[in-house]
Design a protein around this ligand. Structure first.
Ligand code: PLZ
Length: 471
């Protein structure tokens, strides 16, 4: 006999089934168009967002006021049937596109076989295959090993654990404008207080901050910026105390900051000469995002350890630490792991996504997207000096907005343009220590038409917005 609770859950299931019949399927077959049938949010999204406000804490914010029901190619479709141009990929995650057919099929097949055994209890082949793929694809012509985790922050935490164990040292250096996550150690590594750290301390000890390279703002060459960093490392921490230096090859949340030429190689050389583990946090830059498989390749560096997540598994939660076998093997048996790390469904998704990166011309597509974005933004900049800097690689491009008279960051303008674009059905994200950067992170499956239309909307929003300088 069914109890009340079971009856309710059956009813809930049939509602889901009924809804599933009417909801669009995601993936590349979704109509690739911007289509607004309501103001945003429409009534159905508004209802879901009201329930969100009641059921989910305010600390968990959202940027786009819609409830998503499908996504693919270059669009996100909401519960009211609005179709939005996706220039964010859920923060650089759906790089192969949302609901990529190979990824969706691999997930379904694996889910029907087994969903979990715990790799630390009964290992399985797909985890090993993902590790082999990472060892093969990451820069460095030496023996490598990989361990899998659930999130970028967890990968970063583990990279630090491994570096400390290997070196027997404790200090870790992260950088101004750096972002590494929201767990306790990664909050300590992250530079920006609001919204990531404020009120959430105390933070993990033995984390130090140095200045990196931000050519648009510091005007230093790579060699000059590296000399400044190295002086800080030697004088404020001391190489003998330093286990690891962790840096994003292109700083993501901090403003898509591309370091000056020669900066990263000089830091890697110094680390190598001083027995310090150099960790490249490629959580945001990895997996084709920049037009290279890993951004480290663009700068000609070979990190000791690389952290990855986001684009690795087509939207499934998976992360990794990959690096020199002798460093990765420093931990005692049982020292690394976690219940879900390298979950088989996530691994199946990763293998499908990696296949897509390698066989579907996506890296080349990232480079084309970058060229298109830079061309269009340069044309806008020619007529509007508030667009102070355009930078980035591949499908990771930034537009930094300033007061043209002083170069001061213009966060108000940036926020207003992003908000106006979103209201018109273009998902754009901002970033930057000063909140004055619009970042472009489209899925690599987006077409030129949608990219151009998205930029038209942003250009119009910018033109319509009076200068906030001096306001
Ligand atoms: N390292 C370089 O970019 C995540 C943060 C979104 P998780 N960036 C998006 C937000 O506001 O929470 C990120 C990153 C770099 C680490 C992380 C952390 O990855 O998967 O969010 O834990």
């Amino acid at each position: 006999m069914l109890r009340g609770r079971d009856v309710r859950s059956l009813e809930a299931m049939s509602t889901i089934d009924a809804q599933a019949d009417t909801l669009p399927l995601g993936g590349p077959s979704l109509p690739q168009e911007r289509r607004l049938v309501t103001e945003l949010p429409g009534p159905r999204s508004a209802e879901i967002l009201a329930r969100k406000a009641a059921a989910v804490p305010a600390g968990v914010g959202h940027t786009v006021p819609v409830a998503a029901v499908a996504a693919g190619g270059g669009v996100v479709v909401d519960a009211d049937g609005n179709s939005l141009i996706d220039l964010g990929s859920g923060i650089a995650v759906t790089t192969v596109g949302s609901a990529h057919p190979k990824v969706a099929a691999a997930i379904a097949a694996q889910a029907a076989q087994f969903t979990h055994t715990c790799f630390m209890i009964s290992p399985y082949e797909s985890y090993v295959e993902v590790a082999e793929a990472l060892n093969r694809l990451t820069p460095g012509d030496f023996a490598k090993k990989s361990a899998l985790f659930n999130s970028g922050a967890e990968a970063v935490e583990n990279a630090i654990k491994i570096a400390r164990k290997y070196t027997g040292r404790q200090a870790v250096v992260a950088f101004d404008h750096g972002y590494h996550g929201r767990t306790n150690l990664t909050m300590a590594l992250t530079a920006k207080a609001m919204p990531y750290k404020s009120g959430f301390g105390p933070f993990a000890p033995e984390v130090y901050r140095a200045q990196a390279s931000y050519p648009f703002r510091d005007g230093l060459s790579g060699a000059e910026a590296a000399a400044r960093t190295i002086l800080q490392l030697e004088k404020q921490i001391g190489a003998d105390n330093l286990a690891a230096v962790i840096i994003e090859p292109i700083q993501g949340e901090g403003g898509f900051i591309v370091p000056a030429d020669g900066y990263l190689p000089a830091i890697v050389d110094w680390c190598r000469a001083n027995g310090v583990v150099f960790i490249a946090d490629e959580v945001q830059t990895g997996f084709g995002r920049t037009g290279a498989m890993f951004a480290s390749e663009i700068f000609g560096i070979v990190p000791d350890l690389i952290t990855t997540a986001k684009g690795i598994a087509g939207g499934m939660p998976l992360a990794a630490v990959t690096g020199r076998a002798e460093i990765m093997d420093a931990s005692h048996s049982g020292g690394l792991g976690g219940t879900y790390g390298g979950n088989p469904v996530a691994c199946a998704a990763a293998l499908a996504a990696i296949d897509a990166y390698e066989t579907e011309g996506l890296l080349e597509r990232a480079a084309e997207i970058g060229a298109l974005l830079k061309d269009r933004l340069s044309a806008i900049q020619a007529g509007d000096p508030r667009l102070g800097d355009i930078r980035g690689h591949g499908a990771m491009i930034a537009a930094e907005f300033v007061d043209p008279a002083t170069g001061a960051p213009d966060a108000a303008l940036t926020g207003a343009v992003a908000k106006a674009a979103i209201a018109q059905g273009v998902i754009v994200l901002t970033c930057g220590t000063f909140g004055n950067v619009i970042r472009f992170l489209p899925p690599l499956t987006i077409g030129d038409d949608l990219l151009n239309e998205g930029l038209d909307v942003i250009a119009a929003a910018l033109a319509a917005h009076p200068s906030s300088a001096g306001a």
